[in-house]
Design a protein around this ligand. Structure first.
Ligand code: EPZ
Length: 423
């Protein structure tokens, strides 16, 4: 297993390009199953999870051709020959559950493995299943799989009222509803930019959707969808992650393709902490002079609130802030696994349930630490960028799921970072 070696190396300066969003790409790719015509995605990120989704779609019989070093994905689901998503793939990537809605919508049946939990929480899919049942699917859960079918062959429009906001369940419901007969209303829908991006792609394919970006989506089902070409929206989590690099180290970095509207709540917190964020022609510029970062409190929430996927990274910034910061994680039940690792570097953190209280120290000290999940791994790298001495982050396979070319992007702005190939 590879490790990443980071050495504190002072202020950063330069430019970091931001890639297409992992969490948009992982829902846009299953959308190919909704049409027999080709769907091509541009600005796709080059990530392990995208390669895993490619493998899954190919196992169903879809053609997925990666071009331009992985930034263009040309897909065709004209010849789907298999309607079963195997456990072996689904267990490695939870987003696999997003093939369920499209398969039911177009073929009226599917067998998809239940994804199981992951490090940050149990992450059930009950809301996905409730939504699909509301649209007329019959679901039989046995031997770890969802055996789904549609009596009469075609889903029927319905009112779906989510008891809590779920990104994935909203995506599955939306992709199922676009081919259902009649009108569907999805209430308490997720408002994330990745949902908006999916809606825009489906509209290009001929879907009739209104309300994307609000809590209520209204869909008029159509009989078939055509092909399209669609650019994957900028990754707001990668953007926020790299905005924290100059915030933690000092200096000035421009994030190419950054959009303030994608990270408004996050940028407000950086501003309160004394970090300068400004819009440029090419994206966003983030800088911090000699002033020490001020501690701020954070509560994670569905979009447009503070993103849970930036909580670990924000904690890394708060470790050396002046004062005490209280971070509340309200989306997942176990998303503070980076805290004990940061404490190995000298951070002062107390975790009680979903609340972490961080008392800032002047500087962290490099240490060997272990990545436990995707966002925790990058949080440890960020902490190492400004720590005294060397930090070695092990188990970085987590990192490669959601960040492309981390060493390259951070080295380009002056960070001392390299990958140590494992056995
Ligand atoms: C998506 O996961 C993202 N993943 C996550 O990003 C992100 O953290 C999350 O949304 C929240 O923004 C992808 O888009 C591939 P949810 P998802 O359904 O859809 C509970 C990353 O680091 N819930 O919005 O699985 C659930 O347990 C990853 O890139 C149910 O109870 O998240 C959680 O507590 C991590 N039943 C809450 O809802 C359900 O059926 C929000 O989950 C579904 C969810």
């Amino acid at each position: 297993m590879d490790s990443i070696l980071v050495k504190g190396n002072g202020a950063l300066s330069g430019v970091i390009p931001i890639a297409g969003a992992k969490n948009a790409c992982l829902t846009l790719m299953p959308a190919t199953l909704l049409s027999e015509e080709p769907l091509t995605l541009t600005n796709a990120p080059r990530l392990a999870d995208v390669r895993m989704m490619t493998t899954l779609l190919q196992s169903l019989g879809a053609e997925v051709t990666s071009m331009s070093q992985g930034q263009v994905l040309a897909m065709s689901s004209h010849d789907i020959s298999n309607l079963t998503a195997d456990y072996d793939i689904v267990r490695k990537m939870r987003a696999s559950i997003l093939v369920l809605g499209p398969l039911l919508a177009r073929f009226g049946q599917a067998v998809v493995s239940l994804p199981g939990g992951c490090a940050i929480g149990a992450r059930p899919v009950d809301l996905h299943l409730q939504a699909l049942e509301a649209l007329g699917a019959r679901l039989d859960l046995r031997d770890g799989y969802v055996h789904a079918s549609v009596p009469g062959g075609r889903l029927k429009g319905a009112v779906i009222d989510f008891p809590l906001v779920s990104v994935g369940a909203t995506e599955n419901a939306l992709m199922a509803a676009v081919l259902a007969k009649g009108t569907t209303e999805i209430r308490n829908a997720a408002r994330e930019p990745e949902i908006v991006d999916l809606a825009h792609c489906l509209q290009k394919m001929g879907a009739q959707i209104e309300g994307e970006g609000t809590s209520t989506l209204t869909i008029q089902g159509v009989d078939r969808l055509c092909g399209a070409t669609h650019p994957v929206v900028t990754d707001r989590i990668e953007l926020g992650t790299y905005m924290l690099a100059p915030a933690i180290c000092g200096g000035e970095v421009e994030l190419l393709g950054g959009r303030l509207d994608l990270v408004a709540a996050f940028a407000e917190k950086l501003d309160a902490a004394g970090i300068q964020v400004s819009e440029t022609v090419r994206g966003l510029k983030v800088s911090r002079g000699g002033n020490r970062v001020k501690a701020v409190d954070v509560v994670t929430a569905p979009f447009p609130g503070f993103p849970t996927d930036l909580q670990a990274q924000m904690m890394a910034l708060m470790c050396t802030a002046e004062g005490v910061s209280v971070l509340e994680e309200r989306i997942f039940e176990n998303r503070f696994m980076h805290a004990p690792e940061l404490m190995r570097m000298g951070a002062r953190i107390e975790v009680h349930g979903g609340t972490a209280t961080v008392t800032g120290v002047p500087r962290l000290k490099g240490a060997p630490v272990m990545a436990t999940d995707l966002r925790a791994s990058i949080s440890l790298i960020l902490a190492g960028l400004a720590a005294e001495g060397e930090t070695v982050v092990s188990r970085v396979y987590h990192l490669d799921r959601g960040y492309e070319r981390v060493e390259e992007k951070l080295s380009a702005v002056g960070a001392k970072i390299e990958r140590i190939r494992g056995e």
